[in-house]
Ligand binder design. Structure first.
Ligand code: DX5
Ligand code: ZN
Length: 220
């Protein structure tokens, strides 16, 4: 399991400190939630902040674009230094073209799906995808309850990718904590985004170790 702490749950007045904590805790990626106040009822991080984060860490920046118009904003986030970019299926009528643009920039291309969007809709996009971000909450805020329906979705996606012979990495996002980590990994998830369970913990570094412990195959 690869761990991607979500910076949205960190202290926004100290994002550099949040990134440093990710490094100290042995995170594999830094998850950066971009919200535009339209696609979701919240507003977070613009390209200048991503640029500043880029200067602070070598960890891969895992951008999650919760924006209504990814076509218009994409190039600025690619130029800011993203290593992976997921756009939402629900906001991308021209998904194939968007994914191609992401890959052409040498960046890993992903698609995020909301809880009510079936993964089966992605079958024709799989060849263009490096990963799928399965939302286990309705996007817009950290600290929400985990939606268990996402587990079956991950299992179906894994089967779909095996049957179609197009391997795809599965990332899950929202409400993941030490109580559900083992079930998430058992459902075939490769990358776990964790926000409040880490940054709101009394000891975030200890929590990151505990999450890893709970994700170990022999524990699952
Ligand atoms: C929600 C975001 C998630 C969220 C994760 O829209 O995409 O990345 O911040 O935070 P927790 O783990 O607290 O749900
Ligand atoms: Zn996210």
């Amino acid at each position: 399991m690869r761990l991607a702490p979500s910076l949205i749950a960190a202290d926004f007045a100290d994002l550099a400190g949040g990134v440093a904590l990710c490094e100290q805790g042995g995170a594999d990626l830094v998850h950066v939630d971009v919200m535009d106040g339209h696609f979701v009822p919240n507003l977070t991080i613009g390209p200048p902040v991503v640029k500043a984060l880029r200067r602070r860490t070598r960890l891969p920046l895992d951008l999650h674009l919760m924006v209504a118009n990814p076509d218009r904003l994409l190039d600025d986030y690619l130029a800011a230094g993203a290593d992976r970019v997921a756009v939402h299926w629900e906001a991308a009528p021209h998904l194939d073209r968007l994914l191609e643009r992401i890959r052409r920039a040498g960046v890993q291309a992903g698609v995020a799906v909301n809880p009510a969007t079936p993964v089966e809709l992605l079958v024709d996009a799989l060849p263009r995808l490096d990963y799928v971000l399965v939302m286990s909450v309705n996007p817009g805020f950290s600290g929400q309850a985990f939606l268990p329906g996402a587990l079956d979705k991950a299992r179906r996606l894994k089967r779909l990718s095996e049957i179609s012979g197009t391997p795809v990495e599965i990332e899950m996002d929202g409400g993941i904590d030490r109580d559900n980590m083992a079930r998430v990994v058992a459902a075939g998830v490769d990358v776990c985004v964790v926000g409040s369970a880490i940054f709101a913990a009394g000891d975030p570094l200890a929590m990151m170790s505990e999450l890893r412990e709970r994700a170990r195959p022999e524990t699952v």
